[in-house]
Design a protein around this ligand. Sequence first.
Ligand code: ADE
Length: 226
Amino acid sequence: MRIDIITIVPEMLEGFVNTSILGRAQRKGIVEIYVHNLRDYSKDKHRRVDDYPFGGFAGMVMQCQPIDDCISKLTSERDYDEIIFTTPDGEQFCQNTANELSLDKNIIILCGHYKGIDYRIREHLITREISVGDYVLTGGEIAAAAIADAVVRLIPGVLSDEQSAFSDSFQDNLLAAPVYTRPADYKGWKVPEILLSGHDAKIKEWEITQSLERTKRLRPDLLKKD
Ligand code: ADE
């Protein structure tokens, strides 16, 4: 898989995409992630990529030309499955979206900033608009990082223990069961007896019961989803 991220603050993402799971996935040759500085596509002598909005509204708006040039360069080189724009008014990002995107070959993620981007970009170039929650971030970089991370860890071979992605919270619309490690008794705080029993079937049953109980208590809305 290849992910191209377009941003005006590449330094926010460069460390992130080259560290931890994303860095390891790239070194293993499973994914390629490229961070593009939108200012490299500006035709302005001060490398500006924004301007005042028509209509006298407050704030600055990212202009069409640098975004169009950057996206056009990428799409002239290969086909993209999705051109995503991160924005608080997009569809809410969830595990299902991550699962879907993990099957794609090439995606672009455009990070928004200022008051937004010229709407014509959204109408003509963007194929999917994604929000990471009902709150406003300063820019789309943290959203792009969250999307890239959630997607890449689902690609086979990325996690060392592949099974662990299947038991994540939200796969199957259920929260994960609690986990414990040694010692079995820490300051009198005891690990549930069943986990020390070695009885695989009973442990599995316990895991499912815990998972359901936590979901009912903490996120009952998930049980209503199909
Ligand atoms: N940009 C600013 N806020 C955002 C959000 N909640 N989700 C995605 N992109 C954003």
